[in-house]
Design a protein around this ligand. Structure first.
Ligand SMILES: C[S@@+](CC[C@H](N)C(=O)[O-])C[C@H]1O[C@@H](n2cnc3c(N)ncnc32)[C@H](O)[C@@H]1O
Length: 212
């Protein structure tokens, strides 16, 4: 209850959600399964601000879903930047493309349909400045290990859902596949001395990782 009120308070004191993203969320809620996967306005504004601060040229997103977070990243990214976003579910393609075409930032975004674990090999090592990991929780360690090779020194990885709705500290969920994936990822990151890292308790947990 208190958390909901805090969320309402935050939402009423930050930049409001752009109209296109409001419309996208409404359509997702009516037509799609699991619309809660969308980043939402608090995380969306954070992605935009972080991107404005980092000014990345090459960005990778693993897990597009509707394209909501890709558009938030594109809002903050330089006009010359390229944001590659990979989505494995080809049934999402027409929904995503419709909004990318409508967005004034859509020209910065390239959608690739397929498995990120395979498509990421198309890119050279040290290519990306910023990588947002937001796909299958079971595969977080695998995404991270490949993403790390593709990230330049000083580059940043953002990993979403790393507190997994509090399940990471709840004994009842420790054997669930997705929770286990997130726990393994968090432990893997903790031991990795090649990076700096912090977990922000916003929404479902967002880990910020910087390659030294
Ligand atoms: C949490 S949603 C992404 C939400 C989106 N980033 C946002 O914040 O609005 C996760 C998405 O990852 C996709 N996905 C799962 N495994 C994937 C993979 N191996 N490669 C690419 N996409 C994947 C799912 O189909 C799903 O649409």
């Amino acid at each position: 209850m208190k958390e909901l009120k805090i969320e309402e308070y935050i939402l009423s004191h930050i930049d409001s959600e752009p109209e296109l993203l409001k419309r996208m969320s409404r359509e997702a809620n009516v037509k799609l399964l699991r619309p809660r996967m969308i980043s939402g306005n608090i995380q969306g504004r954070l992605l935009k601000i972080l991107t404005s601060m980092l000014q990345p040229q090459n960005v990778l997103e693993i897990g597009t879903y509707t394209g909501y977070s890709a558009i938030c990243i594109a809002e903050g990214a330089p006009d010359t930047s390229q944001i590659v976003t990979i989505e494995i579910d080809d049934e999402m393609e027409s929904f995503i493309r419709k909004y990318f075409e409508e967005s004034e930032y859509g020209h910065k975004i390239e959608l690739k349909i397929g498995d990120a674990l395979q498509l990421i090999h198309l890119y050279e090592d040290n290519y990306f400045d910023l990588i947002f990991i937001d796909a299958n929780k079971r595969d977080y360690c695998a995404y991270y290990d490949i993403a790390f090779e593709k990230l330049r020194r000083g580059g940043v990885i953002l990993a979403d859902n790393t507190l997994w709705n509090g399940k990471v500290i709840d004994e009842r969920f420790q054997n669930d596949d997705q929770t286990r994936g997130v726990l393994e990822f968090n432990n893997h990151i903790k031991e990795d001395t090649r990076i700096e890292k912090v977990i922000l308790p916003i929404r479902d947990g967002l880990t910020i990782i910087r390659k030294k």
